[in-house]
Every structure is written in structure tokens, then in C-alpha cells.
Design a protein around this ligand. Structure first.
Ligand SMILES: [Zn+2]
Length: 428
């Protein structure tokens, strides 16, 4: 075991540019697109299959046993010192949004592979196996549902999902068969918790916090829970010239005051965010007082109780505004997801690795959803964020630096090389 405890500083100088190599690979991987000229790689598409094939080739070159599982996940296993040891899963997704950047999802998968390649190159076997997992359905662009791959692995896949259709009328089941998956064997993808040590996901931050804090990496403490509401405000439509201001029940002016109240509530609470992302006013004419308004509210926090209190407070504030303005308000809950806490031991261990390497890091919650929140139901989960330029994501302008990519892979390496599989803490 002494060899496994060597620190990364002792690695040969010639191999110190893991980040540059990872960046080259991310660039090469981005050519797997369903549309020339921009990156679109939808779940179970031809580009997804080509990406999966190339990834499996890279995994096999590095000595991993690579397979495409029945739901379309790529899994590459690097055995530990003993065969069939429980596995540390390192993963993320390789599907993308339309006109995507090249780092969202792909970075976590290829960083996991880079980490295992380095272990293999040094001939190191650990007291646990490592499996690099590339989920295929995180973005939820093609079918109405999302996270099919991670749900199958966590044992929470709903078979009814197979009947969902894409915009061409093809069912998920048909697409999966065409891809080379096996709908009848999805149940076999589910892991037993004793087979899995933990799940680690490395991902770009997709926000501006690390950049603002001048930190290349962040250790994620929780994935925020979310509540989505739809609000319908009904007033009285009228002539914009003839109805005096004092006699109006303007649904849009009421909604405007409500939106500001939502913003005020969110600004007054740390780690709470609330967004009105869509609004519609009817009848929507320049010379008519709006009679109806509909808008959405998205409320997130890493602490469920904070989110629930905010939902209640916002409801009360909106009702008060509606009453005072003489409009009616209907609020409906459309979506509810609890927060997923990252495992304290993994947060501590990833932080310790970053600190030991002399890297500046922050601890922060993730406001965006990830495969990790599904895996959280199966095993202890940890996440590492990498700073991205301007916090921009889901956009071809998405960018990270080779130095930050290097820092992230170094942390992963230090973490796996020192992880005690019994305690999930680091051996000194
Ligand atoms: Zn992602």
C-alpha cells in the first residue's frame, strides 16, 4: 500500500500536464454532434452512440473493462487490489443541450477517466474498484423525462418512461433498441448499495461564484431543492384611455409588484434564490389594461426548511398584494424536489485533498440539478465544481482553463489515492 500513498508531487515532471491533455480530449470529444457546426448530442442519438464508442475505446486503452449498459450508460471498471471489490463511482453525463458548450457533463466523465489512466499508468491498484460512468440522459432535452441513466443505476427508474416520445414520435424504448440498449434488462443496471462505496461527480460550476471568489474549484455541500409554482392573476381588462388609474384592477401591474416582492424575499435570505422566468399578459395590446397575467416562480435552497418557509412567505405576500389591488390570485405548485445533501465525510475529504495540494477552494451549494442528486438515494455522494468563465453554461461560450482542469484532476487523484473505503475519510 505504500505505493498507493505516494503524493501527486512525486509524480514525474513529464506527466504533470494532465490538464492540457484533458482539454485536448474534451475538444476532440466535442466533434460528436448531431448537427454540424454546433454541439448537440441528445440521449440515444447517433452522436451519443459515436461518443459512447470513442469513450469505450479510450477506457479499454487504459485497461478498464468498458461496457454499454442496457439503458445506454457507458461504464468503465478499473479493478481494485481484490476482484469484485465495492466500487467508487466517478461520473457525469455525456448528453448535451442544443448548441451546448463542451464542458458541461463531459468534463466530469473525462476527468474521471484521466484520473484512472494516471493510476493505471503508475500501476496502482486501490483497496476498492473505480468505475467511470457516463450517463446519457441528464439534460432531458429529447424526452419529457430526464435522468433515465442515473435512475436506472440507483434502482429508481420508472418503466412507464419507456413509452415517452420525442418530437418525431419515436418512443424512448424504440430509441434505446436502436442505440444498442436493452429495455427488458434495465432492472439489471440497478446497483446494490453494498456494491458501491460512493459517487463522486466533477462538473463545471455553471455559475459565477468560484470566479468571483478567485477559486479554481469548489466542494459542493448540497444540491438545492426546488419548488416551482405557476401564478395566475386576474383583474379587469379595460380601455387604456378611459379607465382612471384609481378604478383599475390591472393584472400586470399587480404581477410586477408581486415579482418585486419575490425578489425582495429571496435577497433577504442567504442561499435562497427565486426567479420569475416567464410572464404572459392578456389581452396583450398597447391600448388595453391587462386583465390576466400568468407567471412562473422557481424557488431553490440547499436547505428544505428555508425553501418551504420562503414558499409560505411568498404566498402570503402575493395574496396581500392581490387583495390590496383588487385582483384575484391562483397559485399552483407544479414541481417539488427536496435538497440532496452531499456526504459530510466526502465534503471533508475533497476539501482536505484541495487544501493539501495548496489550492484555493470554496464550499458552495449547487443550484442546478445533477445526476448526483439521483445517486444520493443509493450511496454517499460528493461533488467537485470547476470554475467556468463568467459562470456561462448551456452555451457554446462555456469555457474553463487547462490549469483549473489540472487542479480538479489532481484533487480527484489525491482523493482516490488516500481514501479509506471503510471510513470514507482520507488516510494521512
Ligand atoms: Zn451537466
Amino acid at each position: 500500500m505504500n505505493s498507493a500513498l505516494r503524493t501527486v508531487e512525486e509524480m514525474p515532471q513529464a506527466r504533470r500536464s494532465l490538464g492540457a491533455r484533458l482539454m485536448e480530449r474534451l475538444e476532440a470529444f466535442a466533434r460528436h454532434t448531431d448537427e454540424a457546426g454546433r454541439l448537440i448530442r441528445l440521449y440515444l442519438s447517433p452522436a451519443h452512440r459515436r461518443a459512447a464508442d470513442e469513450l469505450m475505446g479510450w477506457m479499454r486503452d487504459a485497461g478498464l473493462r468498458a461496457t454499454l449498459d442496457p439503458i445506454g450508460n457507458v461504464v468503465g471498471r478499473y479493478e481494485g487490489q481484490e476482484p469484485n471489490a465495492p466500487a467508487l463511482l466517478i461520473g457525469s453525463h455525456i448528453d448535451t443541450v442544443r448548441d451546448a458548450g463542451r464542458y458541461d457533463g463531459n468534463l466530469g466523465v473525462l476527468a474521471g477517466l484521466a484520473c484512472v489512466e494516471e493510476l493505471a499508468r503508475q500501476g496502482l491498484r486501490l483497496p476498492f474498484a473505480i468505475e467511470v460512468v457516463a450517463f446519457g440522459d441528464e439534460e432531458g432535452v429529447r424526452f419529457p423525462s430526464t435522468l433515465a441513466g442515473s435512475r436506472a443505476l440507483a434502482g429508481t427508474f420508472d418503466p412507464a418512461t419507456l413509452a415517452q416520445r420525442d418530437c418525431d414520435g419515436l418512443s424512448l424504448e424504440q430509441a434505446l433498441v436502436g442505440f444498442g440498449g436493452d429495455p427488458a434488462r434495465i432492472g439489471a443496471v440497478a446497483r446494490r448499495s453494498e456494491e458501491v462505496l460512493a459517487y463522486i461527480e466533477l462538473h463545471i460550476e455553471q455559475g459565477p461564484v468560484l470566479e468571483a471568489g478567485e477559486a479554481p474549484v469548489g466542494v459542493v455541500t448540497a444540491i438545492s431543492g426546488a419548488t416551482r409554482l405557476s401564478a395566475a392573476v386576474t383583474g379587469v381588462a379595460g380601455h387604456a384611455g378611459t379607465v382612471p388609474m384609481t378604478l383599475r384592477a390591472d393584472a400586470l401591474a399587480a404581477a410586477a409588484e408581486m415579482i418585486l416582492a419575490i425578489e425582495t424575499r429571496a435577497r433577504s435570505t442567504p442561499d435562497l434564490v427565486a426567479t420569475v422566468g416567464r410572464i404572459e399578459a392578456r389581452p396583450g395590446a398597447v391600448n388595453v389594461v391587462p386583465g390576466e397575467t400568468q407567471f412562473t416562480i422557481d424557488i431553490r435552497s440547499p436547505v428544505d426548511a428555508v425553501r418551504e418557509q420562503a414558499v409560505d412567505a411568498i404566498r402570503t405576500a402575493l395574496e396581500t398584494i392581490a387583495q390590496r389591488r383588487g385582483v384575484s390570485l391562483a397559485l399552483q405548485r407544479e414541481h417539488e424536489a427536496p435538497a440532496c445533501l452531499c456526504d459530510d465525510r466526502l465534503v471533508a475529504a475533497l476539501s482536505a485533498s484541495a487544501a493539501r495540494l495548496g489550492l484555493t477552494f470554496l464550499r458552495l451549494p449547487s443550484g442546478a440539478g445533477h445526476d448526483a442528486m439521483v445517486l444520493g438515494g443509493l450511496c454517499p455522494t460528493g461533488m467537485l465544481f470547476v470554475r467556468c468563465a463568467g459562470g456561462i453554461s448551456h452555451n457554446p461560450a462555456e469555457a474553463i482553463t487547462a490549469e483549473d482542469a489540472e487542479a480538479a484532476v489532481r484533487i480527484l487523484l489525491d482523493f482516490v489515492m488516500h481514501l479509506d473505503p471503510r471510513t470514507l475519510s482520507l488516510k494521512s
